[in-house]
Every structure is written in C-alpha cells, then in structure tokens.
Design a protein around this ligand. Structure first.
Ligand code: ADP
Length: 486
C-alpha cells in the first residue's frame, strides 16, 4: 500500500473514533458560547452574564485544545488551536471595539496551543515509557524462560547473601535455596565464606570464574558476573556448569598418558633384553681366541634362536595390534579344519619348548568352520606361549577341541601359577600385565587382547578359568557355519 493511501486510511479511521465527535461537539459548543455575547448585544437584550467577557469565553477553548492534545497528540492540539484562532478572527477583525483586537486571541492561541502540545508530549512520553516497560517485562519473561530451560544451574544472590533466584537445574543439583543464605545453601556454612567469597568483588563490577568441587565427586565451573535485579539492586548472577564428566576425561587422559609412558619403557625393555642376549652370544661366538666345544656352541646358538623367537613374537603381536586398531586386520574367512591348525602350531611349539609336555585331545570328526586360518593360528600360538611362560618346565599343557552348542570349543590348559580371581576380568585388556611372574622374559600385555579381538571378529567367545597355584584354562568357541553348496 502507498504512503498516501495509508495516510488516507488513517484519516478515515479518525472519523470513526468517538473522541473525534466529542472534540467536534466541544469545539462547536465553545464557538457558540464565544459568539453568544455578540448575539445578546445584537438582539438588544439587556446586559447579561454573557455580554462583554470574551476573554473568559475564549478561555473555554482550552478544553478542546487539551482534549485533542491528549487524544490526537501534538498535531491534533496544533490543528485545533488554529481552528480556534480562525473562530476568533471574525470577531477580532469586524466586531471588537478594542484598539488591539488581534493581539489577545493570538496570545491565547499561543499559550493554549503550547499547553495542548505539552499535553500531547506528556501523553507520548508516558505511552513510550509504558511501551518500554512492556518490552523490558517481555524480555525479562523471555530471559526467565531461557533460564528455566537451561541445563546449567543459574542463581542470583543479593548483596545480603540471600538467594533471590534459582533456576530448576540449580534446584535439581543443590536443592531448594530461594531466600536462604548462599553460604548455607552452597557451602553448608553458618557464616560467609571469608576471603574466598567473591560476592563483593562481583557486585563491584568484576566477572569471576572458578571451579567448585562437591565432596560427592561433582565438579562445577562457575562464572559469576554482576546483574541489576528488577528492584535496581546490583546482585551476583552465577552460572554453575557441571564439568564432572570433563574432569573424569581429564583424569582418564592422565592415566592413559601414564600407561603410554609405562608401555614405551616396557616395550623398550622387552625389545632390548633379547637383543642384548643375542649380541652377547654372537660376540662370544665371534671371539677367535676362545675355543668352543660343539656342545657349548650348540647351546649358544639355541640361545640366539630362542631370543630371536621372543623378539619375533613381540614384534608380531605389536604389528597385529596396530593392524587391529587401524581396522586393517579383518578376518579373511575360508574353510578351516581346527585339527590342522592345532597340528601345525603344536609341531612348532614342541620344538621351541622341548621341556614341556604337550597333549592334544581333539574330538574325532570335527566339522570344518569358516575362519581366518592365520588369525586362529595366532590365537593358538599366543595361548600356548602363555601356557609355557606361566608354567614350569616338565609340566603338561593340554589342547582340547570338541563340538558344543553348534560351536567348536578349543581349550588350552596348563598346570602353572594360575591367575588371581581379581585379575581374571582384566587379562584380556590391552597392555594389561598381571602380577604373576613369567618364567622367561617377554610379553607386553598384548597377547590375550589380540586373542579376544580375533575371536570376537569371528563372532566367537573367549574366557578363562584359573586357580592360583594349580593352573589356568583358556577357552574359545567359534561358530560352526553351514557351507552353501555352490
Ligand atoms: P603378557 O605378554 O604379559 O603375557 P598377555 O596379554 O598374553 O600378556 O597376558 C596378560 C596377562 O594375563 C599376563 O601378564 C598374565 O598375568 C596373565 N596370563 C596370561 N596367560 C596366563 C597363563 N597361562 N597363566 C597365568 N597367567 C596368565
């Protein structure tokens, strides 16, 4: 709609208002009253009350002028003032016998117009401040609604230490505290907190930030800043953010860093000790001035062989673990026959650990399963190496395999040191090393973690049963899947 059209619409709307007709009536009455004295004189009536008091009659116009100022504001007052002046002019120019007939109507119009305009101005100011108050109230309501739905706790504390406001999150975390003293509500004290209290500093204009820990392992980050409450009093507004979770993450990160450093030093040690042995043996073998008999030479070479195997197994576990972490060690399933894997692994283990007695008890006619041959072989190697590492030479190590509930269950038992019951739940964790001593050096707490990851990636299960001093049995089950005919 054009500006002219909207202006016309406003004008037309004016004619529909009650105030306009009241104003018109007032104006007409005043005009009639103003000329009534002239009518009396003209008609020859005797002197009456109306005769000759035009200045007073004119004063009546103040009523429509103030009325229009109140309802139609400054513009309305000015228009009505001009209309009144027009009413005054015929008498001033043609009828009045005074020497200065125009001066007084003009003076009156200026004063009355100013009073009308001031009325309009006062009404405008009043309405504007009412409007601003409504906006402020609206904003306050909005703010309160935001505070009520906020996840962080919000509290307003007055200079008298009294809690003036708390949002529902605050009540949920600290209980109801409206009207109570902040030191009692937040710190369970009978008097203000002394030097640590931030109330005064914040009320003086500073924004403060600190951490606040509750005894029940909850930590909050508090940000406090000054706020002017609805009664004009400067108060403290504090936002309590529960950061217990971040604190927990921080503590865990510190722990992880510790584990990492321990791991690095452990790894360096585990890699260095076989290398030192190999270096020592090779140096002895290379010494030309020392004559070595065949038996000693063979013993030294056996030593090199053993240390190389240890090194190989450690590096192998590390490589497999990093492949698992990177998701690059996915099982490549193929039809596998468990007794084949057991035979191959046992052949090697019997040769490496000649002083242990290995027994295999495999149920006849075990079905083939879908599995990654290399990965299952690694699982068996890790379990058997642990069995030899945690049991004395000359003791038995048994491998069993049988069908249970549509799975093949394989177990590796030793008669070694066993695992304390409080460690049973942790032995499959990455880098976990138990309190039991290995017979030989080596190990990095990765072997069983790798076994668990491999078995789980085959949708199987792995667990351990153990009695300290009697030995341990590690079990794993792999599902038997039906092969399709094509
Ligand atoms: P490690 O390289 O330390 O042997 P593993 O992941 O293979 O790491 O084993 C984790 C922990 O489980 C070992 O440190 C040890 O305490 C315990 N453990 C594993 N196998 C046996 C076993 N056969 N007998 C006793 N304890 C064992």
């Amino acid at each position: 709609m054009s500006e002219a059209a909207s202006f016309r619409r406003i004008d037309l709307a004016l004619f529909k208002t009650r105030q306009f007709y009241i104003l018109l009536l007032l104006f007409i009455v005043c005009s009639i009253f103003y000329y009534l004295g002239e009518l009396v004189t003209f008609s020859g009536w005797a002197k009456s009350f109306f005769n000759g008091v035009h200045d007073i009659h004119r004063m009546l116009f103040i009523v429509p002028i103030i009325y229009s100022g109140y309802f139609f504001r400054i513009k309305g007052a000015i228009i009505v003032t001009f209309a009144a002046l027009i009413v005054f002019l015929p008498r001033a120019l043609f009828i009045s016998t005074f020497p200065d007939p125009v001066l007084r109507p003009v003076l009156f119009s200026i004063i009355a117009g100013a009073v009308g305009a001031l009325t309009g101005l006062a009404r405008n100011t009043f309405e504007r401040s009412r409007h601003l108050e409504a906006i402020a109230r609206n904003e306050r309501d909005k703010l309160l609604r935001v505070l009520e739905t906020m996840e962080d706790g919000v509290v307003i504390i007055g200079p008298d230490y009294r809690v003036r406001f708390e949002n529902p999150s605050m009540s949920k975390e600290f209980g109801e505290g409206m009207g109570s003293y902040c030191y009692g509500y937040l710190h369970h004290r009978d008097e203000p907190c002394g030097d640590t209290c931030q109330l005064k500093t914040v009320i003086e204009g500073a924004t403060k930030r600190w951490e606040y820990s509750l005894s029940d392992d909850k930590t909050y980050e508090v940000v406090a800043s000054p706020i002017i409450d609805s009664d004009g009093v400067v108060c403290l507004l504090a936002v309590y953010r529960n950061i217990s979770h971040y604190k927990w993450i921080e503590r865990e990160l510190v722990k992880i860093n510790q584990v990492k450093s321990e791991l690095l030093s452990n790894m360096s040690h585990e890699l260095k000790s076989p290398l030192t042995s190999i270096k020592g043996i090779v140096t002895s073998l290379l010494q030309k001035d020392i004559e070595l008999d065949d038996e000693t030479r063979e013993m030294l070479l056996d030593g090199v062989n053993e240390e190389t195997d240890r090194l190989g197994s450690l590096v192998n576990n590390l490589l497999n673990m990093s492949k698992l972490e990177a998701g690059a060690w996915k099982p490549e399933k193929e039809p596998c026959y468990i007794p084949d894997i057991v035979d191959e692994v046992l052949k090697h283990q019997k040769w490496v650990h000649m002083n242990h007695i290995f027994w295999a008890d495999l149920e006849p006619d075990l079905p083939e399963i879908q599995a990654d041959y290399g990965q299952i072989r690694q699982v068996l190697i890790n379990l058997l190496e642990n069995a030899t590492a945690y049991s004395e030479e000359g003791t038995e190590i048994n491998i069993r395999a049988r069908v249970v509930d549509n799975t093949i269950e394989v177990s590796v038992s030793d008669h070694g040191v066993g695992i304390p019951s409080d460690e049973l739940g942790k032995v499959f964790d990455k880098f976990y090393r138990g309190t039991q001593k290995r017979r030989n050096h080596g190990g990095a707490g990765l072997g069983l973690a790798i076994c668990q990851a491999v078995i789980q990636s085959h949708d199987g299960q792995i667990w351990v049963e153990s009695i300290v001093g009697r030995g341990s049995t590690f079990y794993f089950r792999l599902p038997i899947t039906q092969f399709s005919n094509n």
